[in-house]
Design a protein around this ligand. Sequence first.
Ligand SMILES: Nc1ncnc2c1ncn2[C@@H]1O[C@H](COP(=O)(O)OP(=O)(O)OP(=O)(O)O)[C@@H](O)[C@H]1O
Length: 363
Amino acid sequence: MTSDALKDALKQVKYPGFSRDIVSFGLVRSAGFTDGVAKVSLAITTSDPKVPLQLRNDVDRCLRAVPGVQETIIDIAVSAAKTPAAGGNLGGSGSAPKGLKHSVAIASGKGGVGKSTFAVNLACALAQVLGAEGRQGRVGLMDCDIYGPSVPLMMGINGRPEVEGEGADALIIPLENYGVKVMSMGFLVDDNTPVVWRGPMIMKTIQQFVQNVKWGELDILLVDLPPGTGDAQLSLVQTLPLDGAVLVTTPQAAATNVARKGGLMFQKVNVPLLGVAENMSYFIDSAGQRHALFGEGGGIAVAERLGTTLLGQVPLLSAIRAGGDSGIPVVVSEPEGAAAQSFTAIARSLLARLAPRPTPETT
Ligand SMILES: Nc1ncnc2c1ncn2[C@@H]1O[C@H](COP(=O)(O)OP(=O)(O)OP(=O)(O)O)[C@@H](O)[C@H]1O
């Protein structure tokens, strides 16, 4: 019986609540077999005590069904997922980069809702808000969309990051523009390389983005997730202790239904929802009339159903699209405009939601 044969068998074990198996998620650290005893070790990140219990049962049942296996030894290393209630700022959890105060995932249930555009403009707005308080260069943006990274283009960054140090200690220096430090798969692959990544490779890449990038001192790291509720999202949650997630949606029902599913996924893995942001909420014509092109009320409805707040609404504006195409986000090119104002308001409410809660004595 080889380690590979055991891992093959373990592909039948799904991570609780997900349709993907534990092997493709890269959670199996080792698998070995001696004298009828199958010994397996897993490493997971969760604050839900039911998850390791269920995994232990499922792995045991799966291994015992393998011919020749009489006994099992299952070791599950659990590190706690961070929640604001449990931990406040980062620092206590295993793989969090030193110097990182808060990390927030920007997620959407489906593609095309403008998530990357939102993440880029929010990062620039955060850099402006914090910069005005004398905290320059303290915003990071990590683009986890390894299939179609669009952040480099939208941030006007085109180049290859330098590497400092060697071997296991090597650190990638993030590229910086508009006061935001950026890391993206787009810096590492060229446009013509088809990126065919499987689960474990996604996990590895995301781990490297967290651990092997010299982020320095950051007040906030925004993590632009690929759309949906699949591998990358779980890998990220397994890898980086998140303060929470912001869900981006558009107002129409088709988008809000999927956004709600995305929100439920984060709740399932104990990542708090910091709020919902509604993109392409309304359009203002040349006469100043406001039009709800995609309907109204979707964002607030999703927020209410998920028990969180609506952080804000972003209008549908051609300047926002043009900013993405030109590499100068609208928050930077028109800092006084309507779009910048809505992104700045969202940045402020997000920061307020991340601020350490007052202790009972100060309230
Ligand atoms: N508020 C807005 N007003 C006008 N255009 C917008 C707005 N938000 C996004 N867009 C445009 O919509 C398109 C899709 O945006 P973006 O690439 O950010 O979506 P996405 O949700 O990240 O997509 P995917 O996840 O599939 O990559 C882009 O052309 C972008 O410029």
